[in-house]
Design a protein around this ligand. Sequence first.
Ligand SMILES: [Zn+2]
Ligand SMILES: [Zn+2]
Length: 278
Amino acid sequence: MEVNMKVKMKPILFTSEMAKKIRGFYKNQTRRTNGLEEINKDNPDSWNLIKAVTAGNLLVRFNHSMNKIEKEFSSKYSIGDYLWVKEPWRFSAIFKYEYKSSLMYKQPEDKWNPSLHMHFDASTIFLKIINIRIERLKDISVEDCLNEGVDNFIDEDGIHYFYVYPLKEKGCSRSIMGHPVGLCNSYISKGILGIKNPEKFAFQSLWQSINGFKSWYKNPWVWVYEFEKINTEHGKCFICGCTDSDCSQCIEKTGKPCDWANAANTVCTACKPNLKKK
Ligand SMILES: [Zn+2]
Ligand SMILES: [Zn+2]
């Protein structure tokens, strides 16, 4: 593999539940509204998508149905970008860091630092963007609900169950529209309370658990980022392939041997050039 100095590595935030799904290869899509606030804030219905061009990132153009104003936006991430996942973490006495998403048994009293405050040194999950689309949130297909990593299992009778995530703001203490009491934190199957698409109901609850109850009904425009999780191994840079014993290509490119850019020893400083290592 050739050392690519132009590789872009950008951070992306996930909850511990979603980081866990990515770790297990159960999630390969994420829907994000970043950069689309302008068309989502009042009524997303009044904006028509008139053009979408992939030029690495996705460039989209909208016009307004009433006043014909046009707006252009581009996706934050581009096809081919590497993303490093920021997730709930903390320092560990044994390992340098540990992650809520990789603990087998969770203690309710455990304290974790939020995803936002994770530094690159603690990074362990890397993604590569392979496709970008734009669509309305509610237009998600049944298949994509699974690609988004909604928790599910099939029982011994072949019945498919989907997890209903608790609401972000109201918990599950009272019945509110589209979110019947008693379903939160449980698994539902087709037909329960007349639900036709349990996959979509589960995805709706997942979205609401992160973005709030109302955000689903607003039906925002969303970037759909499709990604693959990169298989990394300790002691080998996943980008250039250099190891502790062979770093000759980095020396050739940069004039000096590289160092590890993260505690997991999976990315070298030659591939993450602007990073300060302590
Ligand atoms: Zn490297
Ligand atoms: Zn190297």
